[in-house]
Ligand binder design. Sequence first.
Ligand SMILES: [Zn+2]
Length: 194
Amino acid sequence: MRSGFLGSSVGPINLENLRNNAMQDIGGLFPQAQVVRQTRAQQIRIAASGLSGSRVLSPDMPLVELDIVDIALNYPRFPLTGRGLYDSENGRIFLCQGKWCRETLIHETLHSVSFWASRIDMRRRYLNLFEGLTEFFTGYIMFCSHQDCYQAWREERYQKCSVTYYSIGKALGCLLQIHSDSRAFESVFLEYNE
Ligand SMILES: [Zn+2]
């Protein structure tokens, strides 16, 4: 047994089930959402295995839980306060062991279904906008499917599910009026017409 998802004591976590749940939450609201990048095999370094220690992540592992030390080792720009990341080059979500919650999972899964996943150039240029939108839609999905998480997130009840990119997410919420027009999500986030 381990202390896991949302602090409850559960058996070994089936990450693929959790990712499927997050996909279902997203798909329930936005049926055409689908993963943009295929997951690739990837070699990562593991700190505990010494200088040359590494591990190969196979293409059937689109979601991996890693210690913060190992995330920082492989992604030097990852903030130490971070809870998860989406590697768009390898099409893989990383969750930071002991720090992530449902909000993190939905947020990172949203990255994987967004057109921005295939436009790394745009993502770099408009990082704050991109993250703000992602966080905003994370809140919207929790509002619709997980009221308990939504309330905790909104009130910043727990550090691990507090709002990231708060001001831009909030501003976008007002701007998009998403509650009255969920198609805004489809046109702003999922589809991209060159
Ligand atoms: Zn993000």
